[in-house]
Structure formats: C-alpha cells, structure tokens
Design a protein around this ligand. Sequence first.
Ligand code: L34
Length: 293
Amino acid sequence: MEILDGKKLSEDIKNEIAQEVAQIKAAGGNIPHLAAVLIGNNPASESYVRSKVRSCDQVGFESTLIRKDDSITEEELLEIIHELNTSDDVDGFIVQLPLPKHIDEVKVTLAIDPKKDVDGFHPVNFGRMAQGLPCYLPATPFGILQMIERYGIETSGAHVVVVGRSNIVGTPMSILLSRKAKTGNATVTLTHSRTKDLAAEVSRADIVIAAIGIPNFISADMIKEGAVIIDVGINRVEDETRKRGYRLVGDVDFDGVAGKASYVTPVPGGVGPMTVTSLLMNTLKSSRKEIYG
Ligand code: L34
C-alpha cells in the first residue's frame, strides 16, 4: 500500500505557485490577492481559514481576513460581499462555511460574483463545471483530481464509487470523474444514505471517494483488493490522551484498509491540505484572468 501524501504534494504545488508569484513580482505584475470571510468562532473553521491565510503568505500572495461576530446580520454580510465583488484589489474571496443558522447559505453563495468565486460554489461555476466549460473547480474535488493525476492513478474506464452527495464534494466529484477529460472517463456510482446495499456498491470500486462525515465508516471488508481509497472525512473524536482533547479521523478505517488497498489518503495530511492548495491555484487563475478573461 502506498500513502497518497497530500501534505507533501501540497508543499510541492505551493513551491510551484511561489515560483510563479516570484516571476509575476519580478515582471511588476499584479500580486494575487485572496480575501476570506470568517463568521463566528467555530474552531474547525478557524483552523482551516488560518491555514489558508498562512498558505497565502507562504507563496507570496496578498491576503485579507475579514472576521465578524456570530451576531452579524445577513444584510451586513451581503454588504461585505458586495464590497469584495466590486473591489479592484481583491482577485478572489471565500465565505467560510458553515454560517450561523440565521444566515441563508444559498443567498450568500448566490451573492458572490462568479468571477471572484474561487471556491467554485456559485451555480454558474457549478454549471460550467458540469458542461466542461472554463470555471473555478470546487477546492476539495480539484485537490483530489490533482492527487490522482500526480500519483499517476488511471481513471479512464475505472469504476469509481463516491459515497456522499454533498454540493461541495460528492456531487461535483462524481461529475468531474465522469467527464470526457484528463483524470476523467470513469464510470461513476454516486451513493448516499438511501443506497440499498452500500457495501456491495463499494466492493465493486476501483476507486472509492468517501465523503459522508462518519468516522471509520468504510471498513476493509467493504473494499476490493487493490482499490484506491480517497478519504475526505475530517471528524473530530474525543481523545483524552491528546493535548487538544481530540484527534482527527477520516471516514475510512485507515489501519484496516491499509493491508488491502493499493493507495490510501491519510487523515490528517491527505485531502485537507490539497483543498487549501486548490484555493491558491484558483486565486492565481483569477489574478491572471484565465477563466473569465
Ligand atoms: N467556503 N467553506 C468554504 N470553502 C471551503 O473550501 C471549505 N472547506 C470545508 C469546510 N468549509 C468550507 C474547507 O476549507 C473543509 N475545508 C478544509 C480545509 C482544510 C482542511 C480541512 C478541511 C485541512 O487543512 N485539514 C488538515 C487538518 C486540519 C486540522 O488540524 O484541523 C488535514 O491534514 O486534513
């Protein structure tokens, strides 16, 4: 079994981006600028956004963090989005999810200018993705594609089983891998909570993408010998032996599948860091006006 080392790969990609930024700087070009909006004090969101800002520093991007209290109104947040949409200075921005209950995530997503939607969550970008048109790909699926591609894993003709149908991971992943494109051409089965015999579906997969948010859900007895296992889950489980009081586990029983799979992504250090790197890649594309001109 080989580990799909997202941490290492994301460092490699960040080094490549840093070199491009250095060239842009040398040529007196525009330095890519990412803004992130973080509402409230969700510890996981704080950690992810911190990692995004730190990664911007690492590659030489400019970044702006806009932090607001949980008590912000929807109207106030929409005003911030309007300012970011119209700012000449900001190439792309994200509003970290989840949002407090009194704010409508759909409304917020729709308010973001698709040209600056480096998360790729706006339906315009989603629709363009589905039709194979230039767009910002959602960061987690984009990161997984990068991983599959750089490790030379063949997807053409492969049977992929995606577990979980969220708008930001499962559904776009299933569309991307079935497209007639590089790192595509797979036969994809999208499974979810109403799937009749999930274990039987997973057992047929050459590649499993687990994105359901249930710790250790995918066990060794479910998978085919030699399967590629991509674990998107990041679940915090209580662990008093750790300083933080918890540890991170994925949706896959890593130790169990390790003896049977050909490749597995670890948690942490797998898909998570690739999500952050993909956001940087989208921001670079935005500053170069590669997608929308
Ligand atoms: N708007 N909301 C918006 N965009 C996103 O792309 C996200 N996501 C998801 C949650 N909400 C979002 C993220 O940023 C998930 N996500 C994310 C980003 C980074 C990591 C995990 C999820 C990550 O770096 N994970 C590390 C461990 C981090 C830790 O110690 O907590 C890892 O190695 O998996």
